[in-house]
Write a protein that binds this ligand. Structure first.
Ligand SMILES: NC(=O)c1ccc[n+]([C@@H]2O[C@H](COP(=O)([O-])OP(=O)(O)OC[C@H]3O[C@@H](n4cnc5c(N)ncnc54)[C@H](O)[C@@H]3O)[C@@H](O)[C@H]2O)c1
Ligand SMILES: [Zn+2]
Length: 529
């Protein structure tokens, strides 16, 4: 690995020193703590420097040190709490180093600093230290928010260090070209690439980020110089015309015009919303997708479909809008909840089954399983997974840009999935339903003699390793699922069209599948695994 410096910043108690030392050890780098270095050189403690020489003198020492360290190579630098908040220091250290801001919840910070006897924390010598931590974090949120964040809560320093190494080892610049009707652009996948969005996306004019209130506070500031940030409420229920109107009005109020680019920073809901606004605002402005959920990375951000929901149904209003670039930073997946991560894995596994070859093998043989949570697969592994999964979709979308035939295979497992979601009154999530749907598709394929019987248990193991369910809950009636399937297919007959498998990588559209076989599969999947 290239010997750039690694700079850790963040609030007290986020583990800059402990993680920094481990990281240096694991990378064979030197470790330096700027506070310790300043104390050694001055022959005084920091409180003594403040008292005898004044804060300005201390800040000058930090500035000199920042310039000095920027000239070094292969050093992990743990910085004093405020050092990187000075723009000149930050500029010097980022010129030769990758900066990460370690973050933790206030509860975890309080726990860690009260357990740490080595440091005096004068800032917290107050009646209500918890309130003090929350206030200070809020005060510094904007400043720290400029750097890529690494969550450390509920992770051991070793796990944090390994997560960081994963991000560092991820190829920062893996590019997959996509050519769509009338457009060609790149899908760029890397670790820690959000700060380079404007450069990677070729954005020249003003940049307006559209995001939700879960993602915006974490990542909007990481995207470099942003002119406008619009945050909407998270969730499918807000993928509406009303939200489109809110976003558009805010853009008008802030003087955003056709020279600008809309950056959709978020999951599938944001891809749909930001894409729809970009397709319609002033008859269309440039769009860059920055997907932050696994599902949005490997599915929703490719294919150019953007849309919003009506009370009568999902995605009933929409457009085809190709982005100028898709920039997927796998480091953002760190903050995805375990469930959302697993739901994304259901579609990655679906892509693996469709594409076959290396992707399915790497998921099947990968060392990571659900039990390892809260440790996600290393960023380098995630980056490969995303790169391979999108290639499956890109290839199929390019073969069939207007959804006339081949693209149907992308619906593997979805006939069952949509019906299960519906029959469960949406208590089963889309990702869980897709997992059950994939098992059902393999069961039905074997039942009809298309694929070997051992395929189903193989698929089940892969799904279970990703934390996904393989059986339909007994509380959902088979009759209702069957009715929903028939309604979906707009067919009342005894035979239906379903996407089935001959093998991994050999997916086809089966016509005339008997309803009785589908019923038998539903019954089989209700028996406990
Ligand atoms: N029919 C299909 O095959 C299909 C395809 C794509 C999407 N969908 C729909 O999309 C939805 C799921 O997609 P999604 O997960 O991308 O949706 P989403 O945008 O709703 O994201 C899910 C949640 O995760 C949060 N989130 C996203 N990225 C995060 C991050 N990096 N850190 C912390 N929180 C983050 C979001 O704020 C949101 O609360 C489902 O409702 C599904 O039905 C369906
Ligand atoms: Zn899906």
């Amino acid at each position: 690995m290239e010997k750039v410096n690694i700079v850790l910043t963040g609030f007290m108690g986020t583990g800059k020193t402990t993680v920094g030392k481990l990281l240096a050890q694991q990378l064979g780098f030197e470790f330096m703590d700027t506070d310790v270095l300043i104390e050694e050189r001055a022959g005084k403690t920091i409180p003594e420097i403040f008292e005898q020489m004044g804060e300005a003198a201390f800040r000058q020492m930090e500035a000199d040190l920042a310039r000095e360290l920027a000239d070094r190579q292969g050093v992990v630098i743990s910085t004093g709490g405020r050092m990187m908040l000075d723009p000149d220091n930050a500029a010097a250290l980022t010129s030769t180093g990758r900066v990460f801001c370690l973050v933790a919840t206030p509860e975890e910070i309080l726990k860690r600093v009260t357990q740490d006897d080595d440091h005096e924390r004068p800032l917290l010598a107050v009646a209500d230290p918890m309130k003090r931590i929350v206030d200070l974090m809020q005060e510094r949120e904007d400043d720290y928010g400029r750097f890529p964040q690494m969550q450390t809560s509920q992770k051991s320093p070793d796990v944090v260090s390994k997560n960081l190494i994963g991000i560092l080892q991820a190829n920062p610049d893996l590019r997959v070209p996509i050519s769509a009707s009338m457009a060609s652009y790149e899908f760029i996948v890397g670790g820690g690439i959000l700060p380079f969005v404007s450069h990677l996306g070729g954005i020249v004019g003003p940049m307006a980020i559209v995001t939700d209130t879960n993602i915006g506070p974490r990542y909007a500031k990481s995207c470099g110089a942003v002119d406008i940030v619009i945050q909407v409420s998270p969730g499918q229920q807000h993928k509406t015309l009303e939200t489109v109107q809110q976003i558009s009005e805010q853009l008008v109020e802030q003087g955003f015009d056709r020279s600008g680019t809309i950056v959709g920073l978020g999951g599938s809901v944001i891809s749909g919303l930001a894409g729809f606004v970009a397709a319609t605002y002033m008859r269309g402005v440039d769009l860059v997708h920055c997907p932050t959920s696994l599902l949005a990375m490997i599915d929703t951000s490719i294919g150019g479909k953007v849309g919003i929901n009506l009370p009568q149904g999902k995605n009933l209003i929409g457009a085809f809008k190709q982005p100028k670039a898709v920039i997927a930073d796998v480091a953002t997946l760190q903050s995805l909840s375990p469930n959302e991560f697993a739901y994304g894995m259901a579609e990655v596994i679906k892509h693996g089954l469709i594409g076959g070859g290396e992707l399915f093998e790497s998921i099947k043989n990968g060392s990571w399983t659900w039990e390892a949570w809260p440790q996600q697969p290393p960023a380098a592994v995630l980056q490969d997974l995303v790169a391979q999964a999108i290639q499956v979709k890109i290839q199929i979308v390019q073969e069939d840009p207007f959804e006339e035939g081949r693209r149907a295979v992308l619906n593997l497992g979805h006939t069952f999935a949509h019906a299960i979601e519906h029959a469960s009154d949406h208590t089963v999530s889309h990702g869980e339903a897709v997992a059950m749907g994939l098992v059902a598709a393999s069961n039905l394929s074997a039942r009809q003699g298309y694929c070997p019987k051992h395929l189903q248990p193989t698929i089940e193991t892969v799904l279970a390793n990703a934390g996904l369910p393989c059986r339909i809950p007994a509380s959902i009636s088979s009759a209702e699922i069957l009715t929903a399937i028939q309604r979906d297919k707009k067919r009342r007959g005894e035979r239906l069209r379903v996407i089935l498998l001959r093998d991994v990588g050999d997916i086809f559209v089966a016509e005339n599948v008997p309803l009785a076989a589908i019923q038998a599969t539903l019954t089989a999947l209700r028996t406990p695994a």
